[in-house]
Design a protein around this ligand. Structure first.
Ligand code: AMP
Ligand code: GLY
Length: 458
C-alpha cells in the first residue's frame, strides 16, 4: 500500500498518543524530545525498552512480529494511538508502515518500497544510476563466479558489500585483489551474512571524510537537518573494527554550505524525484551516508531511518515540537514548516562494554548515571541517553549490550562539547567501561593547525 492510498488527514491532535518502536540510544533521544512537546498525550515504548527509554513511557506489550499485525493494530485502536514512530530499519523492511496504515493514525517512516533504498543496496545503486546521483562506481552480482571474474579483472582497491541488511557489518573495505576475493568468499561462499549476501555490490574504493546528511521527507518536501559526523571504528584515531557507532557530533563544519547545497540538490532531491517517477512516495527520514572525495561528495549508502548515534546530537539541538514535526512528515504536510537548531555544538560519546564490538558480558552494575550530567557549566547541557541498559530486580541499572549509554553534551563550540561529554562519560562507571575520547578529532585537529578554521558555533 502506498501513502497515497490514505485519505487526507486532519491537523495535529491537541493530545497525541504516540507509540515509539525501537529500543536503542536513538529511540531514547527521540523519546526525550517527544516528551518536550505540549501535544504529547501518552508515550508508549516497546516492552523490552532500555532503562532510560522505559522511564519515559508506558510499555506496549503487543506482539511486534510481522505475522501478528492484527494484534498490534487492535492494540493501536484500543489505546487510541495517533502516531507510530518507527526507529529501526528492521520493521521498516518488513513493511510495518504499510501494515499499520489506517485513516485514524499516522505512521512515521517509509513504506517497504521506500525502505528498499536501505535494505537492498543493489536496488539503491540502480536508483542512483537512474537519477544520476553521485556515488562510487559499482556493479551488483548474484552469481559468485561472475563476481569473482569481475574482481579478478580489477586492479584498483574495491569495497564488497552484502546487498541486504547486516546491522552495519556487511561492508568489507579491501586493500587489494586478494582481500576482495576473500571478502567475496565470506559473503557469497560461506554466506557469513546469510541471505543478505546472496547479492553483492562491488564498488570502487573512495577516500575522504565521511558525513551523515539526514533529511525529513514528506513525499514532496525535503527538510535537511544539520549535518553530523559519525565515528564508526572502535579505537581512537579511527582504528580497529567497525562498530554501530562510537560517537558523533553536530553540526560538522566539514559540510560547508556549498556541499550541503550539492548534496541536497544532487542526492536528496534527485533520489526522492526518481522514486516518485517509479510511483513511490517516500516519507520519513532519508539519510545519505556521504564521502567527501576530491571529486566531490559521493553517496556511500542510504538509510531510511534516523542514524544512531547521529540522532542523539540532532535531538539535543533540534528546536520545536517533535510530535508536530513527525506528524506533519508522516502526513505529507512539511511544506512551510522550517526547522531550527540550537546554535550550540553537540558531541555524543558512546560508553561501551569491554569486548565491544565483539562479545560482551552483560549484567554489570552501572554507577554515576544520576550525577554525570552535573559536570555542565552555565549555558551548557549534558544528557545521558541509554542504549544497552536495564533495571535488575534489585533496582540497579545494569548493562545489557555493547553500546551502553550515549553521553551528549551541548556547549558553545565542538572542543568544549567534546571535553564536557568526555568528562561526563568518565563519571559513568561499570567494570570494563570504555569510550573514545576523540569524537570530532578530525576537525579539531585541523582547527588546531589553522585556528582560522576553528569549528565554532552552528
Ligand atoms: P556503508 O554501510 O555502505 O555506509 O559502509 C560502511 C562503511 O564502509 C562506510 O562508513 C565507509 O567507511 C566504508 N565504505 C563504504 N563504501 C565505501 C567506498 N565505496 N569506498 C570507501 N569506503 C567505503
Ligand atoms: N550511524 C550509522 C547508522 O545509523 O547506520
Amino acid at each position: 500500500m502506498s501513502h497515497d492510498a490514505l485519505p487526507a488527514m486532519t491537523d495535529v491532535p491537541a493530545t497525541c498518543n504516540v507509540l515509539l518502536l525501537g529500543t536503542g540510544g536513538r529511540e531514547h533521544a527521540i523519546a526525550w524530545k517527544l516528551r518536550q512537546s505540549p501535544r504529547l498525550g501518552t508515550l508508549w515504548v516497546q516492552s523490552d525498552a532500555n532503562a532510560g527509554l522505559a522511564a519515559l513511557g508506558r510499555r506496549c506489550d503487543a506482539p511486534l512480529s510481522p505475522r501478528e499485525r492484527f494484534f498490534l493494530k487492535s492494540w493501536l485502536d484500543k489505546n487510541d494511538i495517533h502516531l507510530v514512530v518507527v526507529g529501526p530499519e528492521g520493521p521498516l523492511s518488513e513493511g510495518i508502515v504499510d501494515d499499520l496504515a489506517a485513516p485514524n493514525r499516522r505512521i512515521f517512516g517509509p513504506t517497504r518500497e521506500g525502505a528498499r533504498l536501505e535494505f537492498d543496496k543493489s536496488y539503491a545503486k540502480t536508483v542512483m544510476r537512474l537519477a544520476s546521483v553521485p556515488t562510487a562506481d559499482g556493479r551488483s552480482f548474484s552469481n559468485y563466479e561472475q563476481a569473482r571474474t569481475y574482481v579478478e579483472a580489477r586492479d584498483t582497491p574495491l569495497v564488497i558489500k552484502a546487498s541486504g541488511l547486516c546491522a552495519g557489518k556487511g561492508v568489507i573495505v579491501c586493500e587489494d585483489r586478494e582481500e576482495a576475493l576473500a571478502a567475496l568468499a565470506r559473503i557469497m561462499g560461506s554466506r557469513e551474512f546469510g541471505d543478505a549476501g546472496s547479492t553483492v555490490v562491488i564498488e570502487e574504493r573512495l577516500s575522504g571524510q565521511e558525513i551523515s546528511v539526514l533529511a525529513l521527507v514528506d513525499g514532496k518536501t525535503i527538510t535537511v537537518l544539520d549535518p553530523c559526523q559519525d565515528h564508526k571504528q572502535v579505537g581512537e584515531g579511527d582504528v580497529g573494527p567497525n562498530t554501530g557507532g562510537m560517537g558523533s557530533y553536530c553540526p560538522t563544519p566539514l559540510a560547508t554550505d556549498a556541499i550541503m547545497e550539492e548534496v541536497s540538490r544532487d542526492v536528496l532531491v534527485s533520489t526522492v524525484d526518481a522514486l516518485r517517477r517509479e510511483g513511490i512516495e517516500f516519507r520519513g527520514v532519508l539519510y545519505a551516508g556521504m564521502m567527501l572525495t576530491a571529486g566531490g561528495p559521493r553517496v556511500l549508502e542510504f538509510n531510511t531511518r534516523f542514524g544512531d548515534p547521529e540522532t542523539q546530537p540532532l535531538m539535543a539541538r533540534l528546536q520545536g515540537d517533535l510530535v508536530e514535526i513527525l506528524w506533519r512528515t508522516a502526513g505529507g504536510e512539511l511544506d512551510g514548516n522550517e526547522l531550527s537548531f540550537d546554535p550550540r555544538s553537540a558531541c555524543c560519546v558512546v560508553v561501551c562494554s569491554e569486548g565491544y564490538p565483539g562479545k560482551v558480558r552483560p549484567g554489570q552494575v552501572i554507577e554515576g548515571l544520576e550525577t554525570a550530567a552535573k559536570v555542565a557549566g552555565p549555558g551548557e547541557d549534558v544528557i545521558i541517553f541509554h542504549a544497552g541498559t536495564a533495571k535488575d530486580p534489585q533496582g540497579n541499572t545494569v548493562t545489557t549490550g555493547g553500546r551502553v549509554v550515549s553521553v551528549t553534551a551541548l556547549a558553545a563550540d565542538l572542543r568544549r562539547a567534546q571535553e564536557l561529554a568526555n568528562l561526563a562519560a568518565s563519571r559513568i562507571r561499570f567494570p570494563g567501561a570504555f569510550f573514545r575520547r576523540d569524537i570530532g578529532h578530525r576537525v579539531l585537529a585541523a582547527a588546531g593547525r589553522n585556528p582560522a578554521n576553528a569549528p565554532g558555533r552552528g
